[in-house]
Design a protein around this ligand. Structure first.
Ligand SMILES: Cc1cc2nc3c(=O)[nH]c(=O)nc-3n(C[C@H](O)[C@H](O)[C@H](O)COP(=O)(O)OP(=O)(O)OC[C@H]3O[C@@H](n4cnc5c(N)ncnc54)[C@H](O)[C@@H]3O)c2cc1C
Length: 540
């Protein structure tokens, strides 16, 4: 125990076993026990906490914010102090299609409020029922609607943050004149603006060139979005920063109108031979969402059929089971499809959507696929449940194995699929990995989740070897090693592989400018280390 007793008294840190055990895990591979968990009630307490931790560096204390705890990279885990953000859950009024919200608020609560005004925040992840706005911002989350609407970074217009000097600041887009005014301040804030501006302006070309050319990316710090020679916007750095630059207290977010009508086309692919062409054909019809799950996920849905029915709110199991007759029919006739694709369209009314979907269906006749149109909202919902809940069911239901998210989020340009899939599957098979693949096929963002016995040292050894092989493949195809889940402990060690030395050095400078004493979530992103990560894999 290195925490001073006074700290626990002042900040009412919890150190009982039950609390420490709970906060030692997220949805990642890791288990790291904190020394204490604090539950600040207001911004003044967060400021005091930051000042205290900074002042008492000899105790090597740090602060790691945590919200829903659904991170898949070890982002909210720490050996020191974990700061639970659940007391910051106020949701403000909606005005001009914008909302101000504290970051500990859950997405589901925001959604309940915005839906009443026919608005929504479209960058929600599959974990929408269990994650918070703070986690979505800190990871730059995305999900099934990102193909059409983009990721969380597109919706953040202003943030209130507590920085390493224990003060709260507002960051938002600034004009050159406003930036100059900030840079003249003789305070930490002034220095911050000056140093970051110098960094992005002096390295403008390198930074712009280094932006990953994929539809989705959550790695590194978003330096390429900060400065465009006209405007300067620090919100872009906080989005995706995983709590390593400061504590995000409140956000102003843009909302979008709910679509008037939607429709879903399901495509069953018996093999992957034509997949690149199929994806290109579908994308040319501009779907609002284009998702997929593989044969292993399909089998999982069959294996855990009663659980899926429960998630669908089953009152009458028999009636509900009849909703799956088309899928049972397909499997009986053709076997389990290698890939099931879900294509959603939005439009002004149901008739427009129905015509549009019929045109896509017609076009797909030239491929060896079967298609069906989901006919009702209930029918549509069952597909989304399979897509969204497969990872959660794996986590909870598989008895002798664990979900091992370490190659869980690669993003590869869709036109490279025909090279990507066979090579990826070859690696997974060479290392004898059981896995499911589900994800956002329209953006080339796939979640590959191996199932492993992590108490077995030989299995654990595969993690580093397979990560390196898969990331080499992804980078050779000009992809990103993380489309939405971020770096944390598991991908941070590969940032240099993805961006090269110079750009990684700039990321390190960013961390150093914001947090010179390294008090905010140390050891993540650019500071991550694979040996440390491998030592902290949970083995139960
Ligand atoms: C079943 C399942 C499905 C998922 N599907 C998706 C998906 O489709 N898309 C996707 O993007 N992700 C997905 N995820 C990952 C995860 O749910 C998201 O990244 C989510 O947004 C994290 O939110 P959270 O509230 O759980 O954050 P946490 O796990 O608590 O924290 C995430 C990171 O944010 C930091 N943080 C949290 N609050 C703050 C704050 N106030 N200030 C500064 N830093 C902060 C933490 O330190 C940590 O590094 C999934 C996870 C699960 C378990």
């Amino acid at each position: 125990m290195t925490l001073p007793k006074k700290f626990l008294e002042l900040f009412k840190g919890k150190i009982d076993e039950e609390t420490l055990e709970k906060y030692s895990k997220d949805a990642s591979l890791f288990k790291i026990k904190p020394e204490a968990v604090v539950f600040p009630k207001n911004v003044a307490q967060i400021k005091d906490l930051v000042r205290y931790v900074k002042k008492h560096r000899k105790y090597k204390m740090s602060i790691t914010p945590r919200a829903g705890g659904t991170d898949m990279t070890g982002g909210p885990l720490s050996e020191s102090v974990v700061m639970d953000m659940s007391n910051f859950a106020k949701i403000g009024k909606i005005s001009d299609d914008k909302i101000t919200i504290q970051t500990g608020a859950y997405y589901r609560d925001l959604d309940a409020k915005t839906q009443k005004k026919n608005l929504f925040l479209p960058s929600y992840p599959a974990s929408r029922e269990i994650c918070t706005i703070g986690g979505m911002i800190a990871n730059n989350s995305g999900g099934e609607k990102s193909l059409h609407y983009g990721k969380t970074i597109n919706y953040v217009t202003e943030l209130k943050v507590v920085l390493q000097d224990g003060e709260q600041y507002t960051v938002k887009k600034l004009s050159r004149k406003e930036l100059d005014k900030k840079m003249k301040l003789r305070t930490f804030e002034g220095m911050l603006y000056k140093d970051i501006f110098k960094l992005v302006d002096n390295n403008y070309d390198l930074i712009k060139k280094s932006e990953p050319q994929v539809p989705k990316n959550s790695t590194g710090y978003n330096l390429w979005d900060v400065w465009d020679k006209t405007n300067f916007d620090l919100t872009k750095l906080f989005v995706g920063s995983q709590g390593t630059l400061g504590i995000i207290i409140e956000a102003e977010l843009n909302l979008v109108p709910k679509p008037k009508a939607t429709g879903l086309l399901i495509i069953f692919c018996p093999n992957l031979e034509e997949i690149s062409d199929i994806v290109e054909s579908v994308l040319s019809y501009r779907p609002s969402s284009f998702e997929s799950f593989d044969n292993h996920t399909f089998k999982l849905a069959i294996k855990f059929f009663p659980e899926f029915l429960k998630l669908l709110g089953a009152k009458n199991i028999i009636t509900l089971s009849t909703r799956f007759i088309p899928e049972f029919g397909y499997v009986l006739m053709h076997g389990i499809p290698k890939l099931t694709l879900l294509v959603e369209f939005e439009g002004a009314d149901n008739e427009e959507i129905a015509n549009h979907i019929k045109n896509v269906q017609e076009e797909l006749k030239r491929y060896k696929v079967k298609t069906r149109i989901a006919t009702s909202q209930k029918d549509i919902r069952k597909y989304w449940i399979i897509r969204r809940e497969s990872f959660n069911l794996l986590r909870k239901k598989i008895k002798d194995k664990q979900t091992a998210p370490f190659i869980d989020d690669m993003c590869v340009p869709p036109e490279r699929f025909s090279e990507y899939f066979p090579a990826l599957i070859k690696i997974l098979e060479k290392y004898n990995l059981l896995y499911t693949i589900a994800g956002h096929i329209g953006e080339g963002n796939f979640h590959v989740i191996p199932l492993m016995d992590l108490s077995d040292g030989k299995e654990r050894k595969k993690i580093k070897i397979v990560s390196e092989k898969v990331y080499d493949l992804v980078l050779s195809l000009e992809g990103s090693i993380s489309g939405e889940h971020n770096d944390g402990l598991i991908r941070g060690p590969y940032l240099e592989k993805m961006y090269g030395k110079e750009m990684t050095a700039l990321f390190k400078q960013v961390k150093n400018i914001f947090d010179p004493k390294n008090i905010f979530n140390p050891g993540k992103k650019v500071q991550a280390n694979m040996d440390y990560a491998l030592k902290h894999i949970k083995r139960e």
